[in-house]
Write a protein of this length. Structure first.
Length: 309
């Protein structure tokens, strides 16, 4: 599918990942990008609104009529609206309503519009494993968030079987980058820039695949462009870094003189989550463009610029 001259719907389009997908669609020449958002983060869309046609629709994915109206006439739907991991653990019923029922509503609306769906899933679907996961790894979620993502994936498969729905699933590793509100990297960086010691749970040996948000956005657009359908892909950098290494790199890149504090009393929720991106590289020709130092430097520059704006 061409991005140029087509209209697209991005649910959760003013959020961290969603706003970067909007940027990429505008850069790709989309005729219009409809951002469907419950709680608009206007500053994340400033650049996109200056460069392209971005229409804001404030609504909730739990509202069937609202999401159907927003999807009317679009060629593709990027579904990123989600109740994140932490709130999903705290309020499982809300996770059910937003991530399961809401996702069903979005899929149904896309089907009625004749639109292709690119679904933002997560590495959480694999559960807690020390294995390097490829897409054939068993789905073994242990959290409500991961379970809700599995539900969305299987709704898509059911709609394809019954209705011929065109879709691709993207399972993100640990996404980081400008506009991220929470997570390891913003937490450590915020403490460093304040001259304070970052506090790391455990000994910092837990490791992850950190992938820059701009590379995730490019994977989304490439997935929409592709003729491939009905498949799931891991989206990761292909690398691995420990929490200790992230802290040390941020200290070096910021020129900070403080040292991290390691708190053995804090529970470490996961020891390792790393996935193979080989299928995405081989099948869609995607390549990550940010190595870890370049990505971390990008976050540092964005954070400092925002602080002085």
């Amino acid at each position: 599918m061409e991005i140029e001259r087509n209209r697209f719907l991005v649910t959760g389009g003013s959020g961290f990942v969603g706003s970067h997908v909007v940027d990429a669609l505008v850069a790709g020449g989309a005729a219009e990008v409809v951002v469907f958002e419950q709680k608009l983060i206007d500053e994340n869309l400033e650049a996109a609104r200056e460069r392209g046609v971005v229409r804001i629709v404030e609504g909730d994915v739990r509202d069937v009529d609202a999401i159907r109206a927003a999807a009317d006439g679009v060629a593709g739907v990027f579904h990123l609206a989600v109740l994140p991991l932490g709130p999903s653990v705290q309020d499982p019923r809300l996770a059910l309503d937003v991530n399961v029922v809401g996702t069903f509503n979005v899929i149904e609306a896309a089907q009625q519009a004749g639109a292709k769906v690119v679904f933002s899933s997560a590495s959480s679907v694999y559960g807690d494993t020390d294995d390097t996961m490829d897409e054939s790894h068993p789905l073994d979620a242990w959290t409500m968030y991961g379970a809700s993502k599995i539900a969305g994936e299987y709704f898509l498969r059911a709609y394809r079987d019954a209705q011929g729905l065109d879709f691709l699933i993207l399972r993100y590793m640990n996404v980081y980058g400008p506009r991220q509100a929470g997570g390891l990297i913003p937490a450590v960086l915020g403490r460093l820039l304040a001259g304070e010691s970052p506090v790391i749970a455990g000994d910092g040996s837990q490791s992850f695949d950190f992938v820059h948000v701009a590379d995730v956005a490019s994977a989304n657009v490439l997935a929409m462009r592709s003729d491939v359908t009905g498949e799931a892909f891991n989206v990761g950098s292909g690398g691995e870094a420990s929490v200790r290494e992230i802290a040390e790199r941020l200290i070096a890149l910021t020129g900070s003189e403080v040292e991290p504090t390691y708190d053995a009393s804090q529970r470490v929720l996961m020891r390792r989550r790393v996935g193979s991106n080989e299928k995405l590289v081989r099948t869609l020709g995607w390549q990550p463009t940010y190595d870890l130092d370049a990505g971390l430097q990008d976050v540092i520059e964005h954070t400092r610029a925002k602080a002085t704006a």
